[in-house]
Structures are given as C-alpha cells and as structure tokens.
Design a protein around this ligand. Sequence first.
Ligand SMILES: Nc1ncnc2c1ncn2[C@@H]1O[C@H](COP(=O)(O)OP(=O)(O)OP(=O)(O)O)[C@@H](O)[C@H]1O
Ligand SMILES: [Mg+2]
Length: 137
Amino acid sequence: MQKILVPVDGSDSSERALDRASELAVALKAKLIFLYVANVNQLAVNSCLSAELLEAMNKAGDVILTHAEERVSESIETERVLETGSPASAIVDVAEECEADMIIMGSRGLGLVKGVLLGSVSQYVVENAKCAVMVVK
Ligand SMILES: Nc1ncnc2c1ncn2[C@@H]1O[C@H](COP(=O)(O)OP(=O)(O)OP(=O)(O)O)[C@@H](O)[C@H]1O
Ligand SMILES: [Mg+2]
C-alpha cells in the first residue's frame, strides 16, 4: 500500500475520511494524494459568470487542499491535485492515472439530501473504481 487517494470536498464526512487516511498513511508509510474536483457541470456553460464561478471554485479548492495538508500528520508525504469536471468520474480517472492502491473518501458530502447512506459521488466511486475504496461515515 504505497499511494492512497483522498478526494476532499470540505464536508464533515470528508474531514473524518482525512483523519482515517492520516492514521493509515502513518502506519503503512504511504503517500497521500489529495484531490479536489471543481464541478463545472453545475455551472451554466454559456453564462457570462462561468469564468468567474470556475475561478471561485478553484480558489475554494486551494483552501480545501491546503487544509487537508495541514490536518494530516506532518510525517506523511503528500501531493495535491486540482481537477475540473464531474467529481465522480474524475476521482475514478485520477485513481487510475496515479496508480492509487486505495481511495479513502467520505460517505456523504456537501449535498443537501439527508438520510441516504451514500452520496452520488461515493456511490459511483465504489461501483467504478478498480482499486479498493474505504468509505468513511
Ligand atoms: N468535488 C469533489 N471533489 C473531491 N471529492 C469530492 C467532491 N465531491 C464529493 N467528494 C468526495 O465524495 C464524498 C461523498 O460526497 P457525495 O458528493 O457523494 O455526497 P453528497 O454531497 O452528500 O451527495 P450529492 O453530491 O449526490 O448530493 C465526500 O466526502 C468527498 O470525499
Ligand atoms: Mg456532493
């Protein structure tokens, strides 16, 4: 177990996933790759605001990724990736590209629907990733 991909969106569930990832990375001497995906699908592509919205989402991503680096143990080697697109498929693609041995993510994110165990992103990743996936409640 050398590389663990940790998709982060700033949600409570993603924070708990970060803590589990930190513990495992220390124990296994593994590297953590943090990933934030700016979801441009939510934006009206033809809107005059789309460039500004994308820039704002990238800035939010920078804050979330910096927070992730600061939250985990200092002894862990880390890398950060900021992608644009659909979070679900981008997480699966990045896991393959960086040859991650495992993905550790939250069960839910910032979505407003309550009472369902898995969000659409965690559900898609569990179903489609080629590597092991740990979903943290
Ligand atoms: N934009 C993103 N970038 C990186 N990781 C993400 C992103 N969105 C979600 N994740 C990861 O997926 C986990 C589950 O979030 P998900 O989006 O599936 O739940 P939700 O927001 O409650 O549901 P939905 O998005 O379907 O309304 C998060 O804890 C986080 O680890
Ligand atoms: Mg979500």
